[in-house]
Ligand binder design. Sequence first.
Ligand code: SF4
Length: 330
Amino acid sequence: MAKALVEIKNLSKEFPVKKDLWGRTQLSLKAVNDISLDIYPGECLTIVGESGCGKSTMARLILKLIKADQGEVIFEGEDILQLKGKQLREKRQDMQMVFQNPFSSLDPRYKIKDSIAEPLIVHRHCKPPKGVTQGEAIQARVRELIGLVELDETILEKYPHQCSGGQNQRVSIARALALNPKFIIADEAVSALDVSIQAKILELIKKLQKELGISFLFIAHNLGVVKYIADRVAVMYLGEIVELANKEELFSNPLHPYTKALLNAAPVADPRARDRDRVLLEGEIPKPTDIPSGCPFHTRCPIAESKCSEVKPELACQETESHHVSCHLV
Ligand code: SF4
């Protein structure tokens, strides 16, 4: 297998939710708990799980937008979490993020052309060829980027409020592409859009992944989206990865009871499939401030045994080398 582009090792983050008079933490919320993952060049790794399972926190930890309590994020041999100032800014040029809501990620006071040009100006990225000014080189790159995301150049003179959600998300993608990154995190990048627009943005991301060889970490809760976009899928539950596999393997042979329940809960268009055997989850998802002992899923698992509440299962290889599951009974 190729060498990983991003190696995430034992990443953890807790947020204090209650402090005493002296500022000591009395209650904390475990958002990400000892996660290790590799992301390979040119692949799309998708993280899927219910709301609040820690997917977005993990994305922010990887880019050091928030500080991790523990762990490493090795990108091209360097631990991002140890970098500061200029070194971190330089490294971040290769690692970009596309957010869920394009309206809030673009500055409403900037025209589209200025939003796309901003990273090029801040990072002094455009070196003009002889006889061309810096401004002309930036304008040419902005036009190239708007073409890459399949928008008409007339949009460059508009403001975000004059564009549709889909157009603004394409602009956000153009901005993320401006510095030629090797790795992009797309955090629920299509969930705020209409279904027909979602499909077009997913197609665009797939095209960019293929043509530019960019690695994507795609965060989603919609299994239809995951099935379309992913090469590999990591299933997350209460801050932990419980199953990791190639997309085909995960959808055809899910092994973890939580993954099975997620797949069973997804709507199926075929009415004949209504009577299929379904594993449905009972009970509420536990609070992240009070994660159950042993296997964190044992309070909802339909096949839990006494051992499950006492011993924590490891994420280990099952069936094939690329299929990892964290369950005692698999
Ligand atoms: Fe269920 Fe036990 Fe497996 Fe956890 S370890 S998923 S509780 S069977």
